[in-house]
Design a binder for this molecule. Sequence first.
Ligand SMILES: Nc1ncnc2c1ncn2[C@@H]1O[C@H](COP(=O)(O)OP(=O)(O)OP(=O)(O)O)[C@@H](O)[C@H]1O
Ligand SMILES: [Mg+2]
Length: 158
Amino acid sequence: MKVKVISESPKETQQIARFFTEAIAELGSFSKNQALVVSLEGSLGSGKTEFLKGVAKGLELQEKIFSPTFLIMKSFPLSSKKAGEEQFFKTLWHLDCYRLKEAEGIKDLGFIEIVNNPQNLIFIEWGDKIKKLLPKKHIRIRFETIGKSTRALEIQIP
Ligand SMILES: Nc1ncnc2c1ncn2[C@@H]1O[C@H](COP(=O)(O)OP(=O)(O)OP(=O)(O)O)[C@@H](O)[C@H]1O
Ligand SMILES: [Mg+2]
């Protein structure tokens, strides 16, 4: 399934992300023994981090999502929203592979273990750089800069 959405502002990108996150949080992982991986792809400034900020809002995170210079991997615990409501994901991971020199380097940070835990929800900026290490079934979002405040988001769900 492929969905193309046009965003006219950073705020709209965050709203799209909230909508998307609420849907996948209901869905859970594709596999019983693997995390749900969302690969965010597209050039510098195309809105990947902005999208993550909306994801954080959708998951009601208290902590803010940043794009610090040296970030490669950061985790955020997810609390169950309402008592009695089943929560599939226990941890949100934000990875940024921009500065990664080779795909294998991410393994040193425990990437394989993180992927092998179905309670993890993993968003990877520049995920195309570690494509060979991603689970076969993953969600891919391509960001394209159309104009100063217009971005096209193509969401591909297997
Ligand atoms: N419709 C839009 N959606 C998202 N961001 C937008 C939009 N219009 C303008 N912007 C601006 O574009 C920039 C997007 O920056 P962001 O850090 O999200 O990009 P990125 O894809 O994460 O880049 P990088 O590859 O450097 O991490 C922000 O400054 C934001 O204000
Ligand atoms: Mg970014």
